[in-house]
Design a protein around this ligand. Structure first.
Ligand SMILES: [Fe+2]
Length: 362
């Protein structure tokens, strides 16, 4: 075990992962004890292979299926200078992939930091014969960089702190928020080890309240979103109200990719145009196959996924031999000032937190 973690890296092949002694779909309760869940964030994947073994026939069949079908067809990936195009795709789909947000030196530094924190997580002994601890409320081999920290955040880590405002990311965030006055609300990220063979249930990290308080309306007017009004007034009409809801997310996250996202390495899945939806995403048992395959295959290391946290998304199987790590930052809209940034009650102006009171990592 100790030797397995020596020289740990979050890119390239690794001996870490694939613990056959960790039962499929087994999560952990608040005390760390094994538990199965049929609902919520850690819901069992009813289609998962029966054994967590790289060469198991069911795993091989899943890998071949993913090789043939995984990934959004013609996924648009933009360059950092394509700010208007990035914003257009973001507002349309609820996410956008931007390549080369990190240069080679920044990527190397973020990889080192990500490996260092992961090493601390994996140093915790697992229950019984399990190689690794299972994080509370998560499926096996999946971890959050944020919730693994006592403060629930990693802003105190110099590596994370050095990446929160980059020449490549700031102009895009300013365009999305329509202002320079947005806030940094969190830092962390998530990862999955090879052998995370279960799909994570689709979810939204935060829930839209469909309220337009004065602060949000003011931001919308600045952004030119109050386009049509109720007759004889300056009140936005129903069409404008819907547009404002869609285009003024309270929370935007950037996930930075440490490895390339391949068909088999647990690429995140994003369901386009779900950021303004009133209904919840389908449960694992009801999710159609096209949603399970709606992943960001092809996005490269150093790229970022800029996503509206309301959009439906989820993690997918990592049946490779690579760790899929994605450190992240959360940014809050200018008018959205939570009472307690990271507390159980987000106290937000126009959104509420997801399950468990925290913004939920992939
Ligand atoms: Fe999430």
């Amino acid at each position: 075990m100790g030797s397995e973690l020596d020289g740990l890296q979050v890119f390239g092949e690794t001996a870490v992962g694939w613990c056959a002694s960790t039962p499929v779909n087994e999560s952990a309760d608040v005390e760390g004890k094994p538990v199965l869940s049929t609902s919520s964030f850690n819901a069992s994947d009813p289609h998962a292979p029966m054994r967590r073994v790289h060469d198991d026939p069911q795993v091989c069949a899943l890998r071949e299926h993913l090789r043939a079908h995984n990934g959004i067809r013609n996924l648009e990936i933009v360059a950092p200078h394509e700010i208007e195009r990035a914003a257009r795709i973001f507002f349309r789909d609820g996410f956008v992939v931007v390549r080369d947000l990190l240069d080679a030196a920044q990527l190397a530094r973020f990889r080192d930091g990500s490996a260092r924190v992961l090493k601390d997580i994996l140093a915790i002994p697992g229950e019984g014969s399990r190689k690794y601890v299972t994080e509370t409320g998560r499926l096996p081999h999946r971890y959050s960089y944020g919730t693994a920290s006592a403060s629930r955040q990693l802003l105190h880590d110099p590596v994370w702190a050095s990446m929160l405002a980059l020449p490549t990311t700031t102009p895009i965030l300013e365009r999305i928020f329509g202002s320079q006055d947005y806030a940094v609300l969190g830092a962390g990220g998530d990862l999955c080890l090879p052998g995370a063979i279960e799909y994570q249930a689709l979810h939204a990290d935060v829930h839209e309240r469909f309220d337009l308080p004065p602060e949000r309306l003011a931001q919308a007017r600045t952004m030119g979103l109050a386009r049509t009004c109720v007759d004889g007034s300056t009140e936005p009409d129903a069409r404008s109200r819907q547009l404002i809801v869609e285009r003024t997310p309270a929370l935007v996250t950037i996930n930075f990719l440490m490895p390339d996202l391949t068909h088999e390495s647990g690429p995140i899945r994003q369901i386009p145009a779900t950021q303004g939806r009133a209904d919840p995403p389908p449960a694992q048992s009801d999710e159609p196959e096209w949603m399970r395959l709606s992943t960001l295959v092809g996005a490269k290391a150093g790229a970022g996924v800029i996503r509206d946290n309301r959009a439906w998304h989820g993690a997918t199987p990592n049946v490779s031999r690579e760790i899929r790590a994605m450190p992240k930052f959360e940014y809050g809209a200018p008018a959205h000032r939570p009472n307690t940034p990271h507390g159980a009650d987000f106290g937000g102006v126009w959104m509420s937190r997801g399950p468990g009171g925290n913004v939920v990592d992939i």
